[in-house]
Each structure stands twice: as structure tokens, then as C-alpha cells.
Design a protein around this ligand. Structure first.
Ligand SMILES: Nc1ncnc2c1ncn2[C@@H]1O[C@H](COP(=O)(O)OP(=O)(O)O)[C@@H](O)[C@H]1O
Ligand SMILES: [Mg+2]
Length: 290
């Protein structure tokens, strides 16, 4: 009975997962254990090559079905063992958005791009239309439905990639460094759409992202990886309390947190480590008050 209730709350469960690429000579992932709950906003961080993308690929079946390396352990997505399923089935549960919007767009107009996925799902015309309209609205592209995809800005192209994935009605949106190739305005647009999907529509979001200041503000949980392992998995406020570990793995904290680390290094009795400017202001206010 208890086990059943727990399954309902978890959308993704990773158990003792290790993975080696066919051409790799060491583990890309090593003994990963992880549960992601419905409605959570999780940000995965860590140095280049630590296994972030590889971990995402295990959520929608790219691993083990497309990359045929050596996988041990289990990944359960919405109650389904990914080994027993297929990429096409899993990609309707976990939608994936990649770094480069250019490589994800296949159609010549915005509306064709968003309709492409649902048209291949054998749905009624009405259902396809409804999905396309809804996805365009969430991605703020309703006014550009007839535009050529080539005419969109980088941020809009990434918004279009998100819309195309949403049209498949996935339960989870996984994004692999979705803003790293965008200019600041494009990154802001995409971040805002992702935030709204989670906060307003309750969608489960898993994002790999390097922007720590952004992550601590939006994430329910930060997962920090290093060398194929999860080294920290906690609420953002708890992550940066562990300054010894954060420093040992060379992870860059938010700048405002770094200031408090430095004050502590210099002998000040700092026990609280703020992660946002607002929290820091609360802490220093009394010092400046006299
Ligand atoms: N297709 C591949 N074949 C062999 N090794 C790979 C492949 N893709 C990634 N790797 C290796 O797996 C490890 C994890 O890579 P990746 O998941 O891409 O890291 P990250 O996304 O954190 O930068 C790295 O050592 C990388 O070189
Ligand atoms: Mg990567």
C-alpha cells in the first residue's frame, strides 16, 4: 500500500544507475540514485563532462535504446521501466529540449513545426489544432504562427522547440542547457516560459543549466554532479551551507554567497549563507543600521 502511494508521487525514479558509452573506457554515470517528484523544478549543474546530458538521455530512452553502451540499474518513468519501453513512447512522457534551437527545427513555418509532432500521433484534426494553439500560446508565439522559422530570433527558435515538445503533451519537460546559446533577451524569454510552465501549469521541469544565480531563484532542488556521480542533491538554500563540499568540488556559488564565504575565511563569524541578494540584505541590515 505504502509503496504504491510513493510511486504515484514520483514521476522519475533512478535506481543504482551506471552507464558506460560503447566507445567510452570509463563510467559516464556511476551509481546514480534519484527521485523526481511530480511538479518539481529541478536544476542539474556540474562541470563539463560530468554526465548531465547522459543522465537526461536516460529519462526519455535515448539511453539505452539509441546509444547502446553498458547500462546497469533501472530508470522508471511514470511507472514504466525505460528498458521495457521505446523512445517514441517515452518521448511522450518526457519531452526533451536541447542546447541548439537550430538543430531541433525541421519545418519551414512556425505552425507547421508545432503541428508536426501531433500529426504523427494519429490524433483528430480538432485535437491537433487545440494542442497547437495551446502550445503556441504558452510559448508566446501565437502572433507568429505563419512566420518562417528562419525569421525567428534565437530565443524565439528555442521557444518554438519548447512549443513543439509541449504539443506532444509530455508530463516532464527536460532541457539540456536551453539558454546557453542565446543572447540575454533570448535567455530571459526561455527562462520565463519554463518558469511559467512549472509555476502556473504545474509541469515537472528538469533543466541542465550553468546559471547558478538563476537556478537558486527558480529551483526546488539543485542536483550537483561531478565525475558521473551526484555529489549534492538538496534545496538550494541547503546546498550552499555545505561550503567545504561546494569548494572541494570547485562549484561556483552565487556571487552573493561567495561574499559570505570570503567573510568567513577572513575570520568573521558567519553562520548563515544567503543565496539571494534579498536574503543577504536581511543579514547585513542590522550592521549598517547604527
Ligand atoms: N557519445 C559518446 N560516446 C562516448 N563518450 C561520451 C559520449 N557522450 C559523452 N561521452 C562522455 O561521457 C561523459 C559525460 O558526458 P556528458 O553527459 O555529455 O557530460 P555533460 O553533459 O555534463 O557535459 C564525458 O566523459 C564524455 O566525454
Ligand atoms: Mg551536456
Amino acid at each position: 500500500m505504502k509503496a504504491k502511494m510513493m510511486v504515484a508521487d514520483e514521476i522519475i525514479s533512478v535506481e543504482n544507475l551506471s552507464y558506460t558509452y560503447m566507445s567510452g573506457n570509463s563510467y559516464a554515470l556511476y551509481d546514480i540514485n534519484l527521485k523526481i517528484h511530480r511538479g518539481e523544478f529541478v536544476v542539474i549543474m556540474g562541470p563539463s563532462g560530468c554526465g548531465k546530458s547522459t543522465l537526461l538521455y536516460t529519462f526519455n530512452g535515448i539511453i539505452p535504446h539509441l546509444f547502446r553502451g553498458k547500462m546497469s540499474g533501472r530508470v522508471i518513468v511514470d511507472g514504466i521501466d525505460t528498458k521495457q519501453s521505446s523512445i517514441s513512447k517515452l518521448s511522450q512522457i518526457v519531452g526533451m529540449v536541447f542546447q541548439n534551437p537550430e538543430t531541433q527545427i525541421v519545418a519551414s513555418t512556425v505552425i507547421e513545426e508545432v503541428a508536426f509532432g501531433p500529426e504523427n500521433l494519429n490524433l483528430s484534426i480538432e485535437e491537433i489544432r487545440a494542442r497547437v494553439e495551446e502550445s503556441l500560446a504558452i510559448s508566446r508565439l501565437s502572433g507568429k504562427r505563419d512566420f518562417s522559422t528562419a525569421s525567428l530570433s534565437g530565443g524565439e527558435k528555442q521557444a518554438l522547440a519548447i512549443a513543439s515538445v509541449l504539443a506532444l503533451k509530455p508530463k516532464v519537460l527536460a532541457l539540456d542547457e536551453p539558454t546557453s546559446m542565446l543572447d540575454p533577451a533570448g535567455a530571459a524569454l526561455v527562462s520565463s516560459i519554463i518558469g511559467e510552465l512549472n509555476k502556473k501549469l504545474g509541469m515537472t521541469v528538469i533543466a541542465v543549466d550553468h546559471r547558478v544565480e538563476w537556478a537558486v531563484n527558480v529551483a526546488d532542488r539543485l542536483i550537483i554532479m561531478d565525475e558521473g556521480k551526484i555529489v549534492i542533491d538538496d534545496k538550494p538554500s541547503n546546498v550552499f551551507k555545505r561550503f567545504d563540499l561546494v569548494r572541494k568540488i570547485g562549484f561556483r556559488p552565487p556571487q552573493v554567497t561567495e561574499l559570505f564565504y570570503k567573510l568567513r575565511d577572513n575570520g568573521f563569524s558567519v553562520n548563515d549563507f544567503p543565496i539571494t541578494v534579498e536574503e543577504a540584505e536581511g543579514l547585513v541590515r542590522w550592521v549598517l543600521d547604527d
